[in-house]
Design a binder for this molecule. Structure first.
Ligand code: PHE
Length: 437
């Protein structure tokens, strides 16, 4: 994300979408939806994405482009001497904690890719597929080995700054991931019992509305769009002025939503067809999908390819996360990019060990970052944009492409009142429900 490269329109969209589309869409979204009653979670997820996350994305892009600086410098440049810089620090801590468990999941995708090539998953029954997952995930040594492979790859890219290479390949590989999800969708919809899965996923059951489901939906929406930690602010600095930020945000959010929504549409029919519990937790993708591949012609080839593509999607997200930590170290301790990358990666690895050893730590890191730290970061950003900046500056930035931003007044109203209030209420309510659970 070392910036300089993303000067074209597609480059900027690709970079932002690369950060957004990742494990959050294919791994996290279905598992959290499954824990929170399916359709009702989906309903709140869509609502929050449209009403909160897209305006947030526009705010983050605007501050980045307005200041022309990456996150830590952006707030300082726009409001010298303020305390807003703290947002950068919250973002850095959030990124660090996410990385600690995110890389473990990326490691599992590498394992599944290798296992498919080796044919270790072919012809297994549903129960055996589940055993394979518990075998890898409950064995810290194996988890750590695969995680190291991923950390090495991410560190290599960040240290070298070969983002342009990754960007180039991502532009080919990500549409392929999308295509493969569609192929799997077709197979999944024809499974026996698919209808029940779709019902769970698409037909809301109002009795399942809980404070936790709402809390999780907001957290997932922020997590999936990489919001509230300054990543999108940094990318905003590289969006050309000729590009409307509203359209840009809508496009990134749409792409991100499609990948998540379709992943759910593949997974839930399979969950019901194979008698898997929808609230299985973080292993959901790994215990469902191999069953679909086992029922497809050339399933193992597709499977190897699918998990490989998922790993690439995860790596483009990890790059954006590691970059936040590296940029912070570089700035705060005046050390070079290579050294910062090594220090950050080793620290992430050590915290990763804690996650690999304890599912409870893994779970707390996962939920606290998405549900607590990202909303707090988002709240700070939205207050900054709504109250810390003159509205005219925001409007000028949004209209820099020469076209009027028609919904400016409503958006300002949302940014000043509705979004901060909504985040605060969902946050307090959800936290209470979570702590009492
Ligand atoms: N949005 C990424 C995903 O969906 C994860 C992420 C979160 C990346 C926060 C950067 C910041 O996988």
């Amino acid at each position: 994300m070392s910036g300089e490269k993303f000067t074209s329109k597609t480059g900027a969209i690709a970079a932002a979408a690369g950060s957004a589309v990742g494990l959050g869409n294919v791994w996290r979204f279905p598992y959290v939806a499954g824990e929170d009653g399916g359709a009702i979670f989906l309903f709140f997820y869509v609502l929050f994405t449209v009403a909160i996350s897209i305006p947030m994305l526009i705010c983050e892009f605007s501050i980045g482009r307005m200041s022309g600086k990456p996150v830590t410098g952006a707030f300082q440049a726009l409001r010298p001497g303020g305390r807003w810089q703290a947002i950068g620090v919250i973002g850095m801590l959030t990124a660090f904690i996410i990385l600690s468990y995110y890389n473990i999941v990326s490691g599992w995708t590498v394992y599944y890719s290798v296992a498919s090539v080796g044919g270790w998953l072919s012809g297994l029954s549903g129960d055996e597929v589940a055993q394979v997952f518990s075998g890898v995930s409950s064995d810290p040594v194996r988890s750590l080995i695969w995680m190291c492979v991923v950390i090495g790859a991410v560190a290599f890219v960040v240290a070298k700054g070969v983002a342009s290479g990754i960007e180039k390949y991502s532009k080919i590989l990500m549409p392929l991931l999308f295509l493969l999800i569609i192929v799997m969708l077709v197979r999944s919809l024809f499974l026996d019992g698919a209808a029940e899965g779709l019902k769970f996923y698409l037909k809301p059951d109002v009795s399942k509305v809980t404070a936790k489901a709402i809390f999780d939906a907001l957290g997932q929406s922020f997590f999936s769009l990489s919001i509230g930690m300054g990543i999108m602010t940094t990318y905003g600095a590289y969006i050309p002025k000729s590009q409307g930020l509203g359209g840009m945000a809508a496009r990134v959010a749409m792409l991100d939503f499609l990948v998540a929504f379709l992943s759910g549409a593949v997974i839930f029919p399979c969950v019901f067809a194979f008698g898997i519990a929808p609230d299985e937790g973080p292993g959901l993708v790994f215990v469902t999908l191999p069953n679909i591949f086992n029922q497809m012609a050339f399933g193992q080839v597709f499977q190897a390819f699918f998990f490989f593509l998922l790993m690439v999607a995860a790596i483009t997200s990890s790059i954006s996360l590691l970059e936040v930590v590296v940029a912070f170290l570089k700035e705060s301790f005046a050390i070079g990019r290579k050294k910062s990358t090594v220090v950050a990666s080793v620290a992430v690895l050590l915290f990763g060990v804690a996650c690999a050893l304890s599912p409870a730590v893994f779970n707390v890191f996962d939920k606290v970052t998405a549900n607590v730290m990202m909303p707090l970061g988002a709240l700070a950003v939205v207050l900054f944009v709504g109250w810390g900046l003159p509205p005219k500056r925001l409007r000028d930035e949004l209209e820099a492409d020469g076209r009027p931003f028609r919904v400016f007044r409503s958006m300002l109203f949302m940014v000043r009142y509705v979004i901060p209030l909504a985040i605060a209420v969902i946050f307090v309510n959800g936290l209470y429900a979570w702590l009492c659970a």
